[in-house]
Design a protein around this ligand. Structure first.
Ligand SMILES: C[S@@+](CC[C@H](N)C(=O)[O-])C[C@H]1O[C@@H](n2cnc3c(N)ncnc32)[C@H](O)[C@@H]1O
Length: 253
């Protein structure tokens, strides 16, 4: 079973309708607040279809975005006024190369867990560093590993069923199993949807996600050019504790 690293066309196509329903939006509020508090340009890594980016543009924030999936960027551009198209482009964070520096860089919604190898994680952190202005911040989030989930895995759990456009049904099921030595979760998402004249289409996406523990993150950042400020346990900047579901990591140049 080969994993496709970049998000494929059907994942990009249904991303908004699914994540509108399955996420709380707490992270969107948090990142928007951080952007409002920032003077100067902001960069979103793994900008996706613009779940956060488009809200920032609406507020007049000077935001730019990169993503390594052509399909995600295409989907974002369809919704973005042409005068802002220069703000987004296909780039891989490991080799980020933009002709400007930023006052805030963010990597929301577990973007960083797509970086499987330690060398790639360090390349990404150091690329971020090169694009930061003095005194600027880099903020990213990751899920706190759920040990029971890692142990038991998921077997064809349907996490979405609904209309993706008038009268046309979409279903998604998710399976996952984890390797505790490599700290990789191997996931499969199965999509099934109705096209014209009731035709049913099925597609499957195999992907990998790297999970991180608290001290690993601390050591990783210490090995990079960045300086760790703190790791919060939620999007209200509460302390990390046994109930925490998210790592919210704050670094500075
Ligand atoms: C979970 S999505 C988050 C999208 C968006 N930030 C949001 O909050 O909805 C993660 C995004 O990271 C992108 N991504 C994964 N690996 C990447 C890489 N190496 N460089 C740039 N983008 C990457 C994916 O294509 C995807 O759009």
């Amino acid at each position: 079973m080969t994993a496709q690293r970049e998000y494929p066309d059907f994942v990009a196509r249904f991303y908004d309708v699914i994540y509108e329903k399955v996420t709380s939006g707490e992270d969107v509020k948090y990142y928007l607040k951080k952007m409002r508090e920032t003077e100067g340009p902001v960069l979103e890594l793994g900008v996706g279809t613009g779940r956060i980016f488009l809200r920032a543009i609406e507020e007049g924030i000077d935001i730019y975005g990169v993503d390594n999936s052509v399909h995600m960027i295409q989907s974002l551009k369809k919704k973005l006024n042409k005068k802002h198209h220069h703000r987004v482009e296909v780039q891989d964070v490991k080799v980020l190369n933009l002709p400007m520096e930023f006052n805030l860089i963010i990597a929301p919604f577990r973007m960083f867990s797509h970086l499987i190898q330690v060398e790639d994680q360090l390349k990404a952190l150091n690329s971020v560093y090169k694009h930061m202005r003095p005194g600027s911040m880099f903020i990213f989030d990751l899920y706190v590993p759920d040990l029971e989930m890692l142990y038991k895995g998921l077997n064809e759990v349907q996490d979405f069923e609904g209309e993706y456009e008038n009268g046309k049904l979409l279903k998604r099921t998710v399976s996952a199993s984890s390797d505790p030595i490599k700290q990789i979760t191997y996931g499969t998402m199965k999509f099934e949807w109705e096209e014209e004249e009731g035709k049913i289409v099925r597609r499957e996406w195999n992907f990998q996600m790297r999970y991180f523990f608290r001290y690993e993150l601390e050591h990783l950042i210490a090995r990079s050019d960045l300086t760790l400020v703190t790791i919060f346990g939620d999007f209200h900047e509460g302390s990390l504790g046994p109930e925490s579901k998210d790592f919210v990591v704050i670094c500075r140049k």
